[in-house]
Write a new protein. Structure first.
Length: 382
């Protein structure tokens, strides 16, 4: 119990007991005064003489009645004072009990919840977000305790999200730093070969140039993934959707991504199809899917456009696919499957694909085929 409240309770009880003692002392003094009153004594002497005369005159019945009258009056006077004593003590006890009840109620419903909230706030200020305050809607602070608990949970959630974001950023920086080293080492090696005049024939020179361009493209892809991830985290990823001819887009823009026409088969319908999409972002989506296929499947790629019951781009390779148990997680940020252990990558490829497609109002679906792996991109019709 609160020490101040306990002190005031004891002080109140002492005051009540003192007042009761004073009142009872006054009653006792009045009783003594009554008993010692000369008028009362003289009145009794007169009445006793009357009784004596009645007995001498032979009127015994009247004498007995007079004795009974005196006895009854004396009993009433004697009983009156103890009754007042009892009532005074009973009222004092009831008063003390009522006060103690009020004190206990105030302590339980107001002071203790307030102390709990104060302790809870102190723990939060120390950074302890795991402490929880019990909510009791019967006390006056029930809604406040709910609000405090809800605030604690939100702060805890924000702090955990911040920790996760920091860890993810550390992961992506470490991963990209590691993955950039490999193509950069190749670029340096071939640059040194040029410096040493090892490109003695046109064929070797062209081979070295092709490798250099390929490694530069790998570095560019990694840095682009990091950039898209960064602006997506800051909610600054801009997607400017507009009406585009998806048939022309696949036949011209997407086909240019493949240096060898034998590496891809693009199956298109005869009729024109308009969709709502950002052509720059959609090309990034196809480029990410191509990069994944080149890296993990290393097979020919098939791109097919379906326009019945909506517009869908079916992107398929003919590699080993992805284990079924990994498909629900493969679009997660920084997730890398079991078959990616020996390949460079940030784990952002399919995450970025899903993020960009959703920003354009579409959706993706991942399927294992026999053989291969297929990504179905559904776009909004214009």
């Amino acid at each position: 119990m609160n020490k101040k409240l306990l002190f005031f309770a004891l002080l109140y009880i002492i005051i009540i007991l003192i007042i009761s003692h004073v009142v009872i002392s006054q009653i006792s003094a009045s009783l003594k005064e009554y008993k010692g009153n000369d008028n009362n004594s003289g009145s009794i002497s007169v009445e006793m003489n009357e009784i004596k005369q009645l007995i001498n005159s032979g009127e015994t019945d009247k004498a007995l009645e007079k004795c009974d009258e005196i006895a009854d009056r004396s009993d009433d006077n004697i009983k009156e004072i103890p009754h007042e004593f009892y009532m005074m003590w009973i009222l004092t006890g009831i008063n003390i009990l009522a006060f103690l009840f009020v004190i206990l109620y105030v302590n339980k419903r107001i002071l203790k919840p307030f102390e709990d909230m104060k302790g809870f706030a102190n723990e939060i200020s120390k950074g302890n977000l795991d402490v929880e305050i019990k909510m009791d809607r019967e006390n006056y602070f029930g809604d406040f305790t709910w609000a405090f608990n809800n605030m604690r949970k939100e702060i805890n959630k924000s702090r955990n999200a911040e920790k996760t974001a920091i860890e993810n950023n550390k992961t992506v920086i470490a991963t990209l730093s590691h993955d950039i080293k490999t193509p950069m080492a190749s670029i340096r090696a071939y640059a040194e070969a040029f410096e040493a005049n090892m490109d003695s024939t046109p064929e070797k020179r062209q081979k070295y140039l092709n490798v250099l361009m390929q490694k530069c493209d790998e570095v560019s892809k990694l840095t682009n993934d990091l950039f898209i991830h960064s602006i997506s985290e800051m909610n600054r990823l801009e997607v400017k959707s507009r009406s585009i001819d998806i048939v022309r887009f696949l036949d011209e823009d997407v086909r240019e991504l493949f240096t060898d026409s034998d590496d891809v088969e693009i199956i298109l319908p005869q009729e024109k199809a308009e969709v709502s999409a950002d052509p720059v972002r959609l090309l990034q989506v196809i480029e990410n899917l191509k990069s994944n296929s080149d890296k993990y499947a290393k097979t020919k790629i098939e791109i097919k456009l379906e326009t019945e019951n909506g517009t869908r781009i079916l992107f398929r390779d003919f590699g080993p696919g992805i284990p079924d148990e990994e498909i629900p997680f493969i679009t997660g940020k920084f997730y890398r499957g079991k078959n990616s252990a020996n390949e460079n990558g940030s784990g952002l490829g399919l995450y970025i694909v899903q993020e960009l497609v959703q920003k354009m109002g579409g959706k993706i679906k991942l399927l294992n085929k026999d053989p291969g792996f297929e990504v179905i991109i559904t776009l909004q019709n214009e």
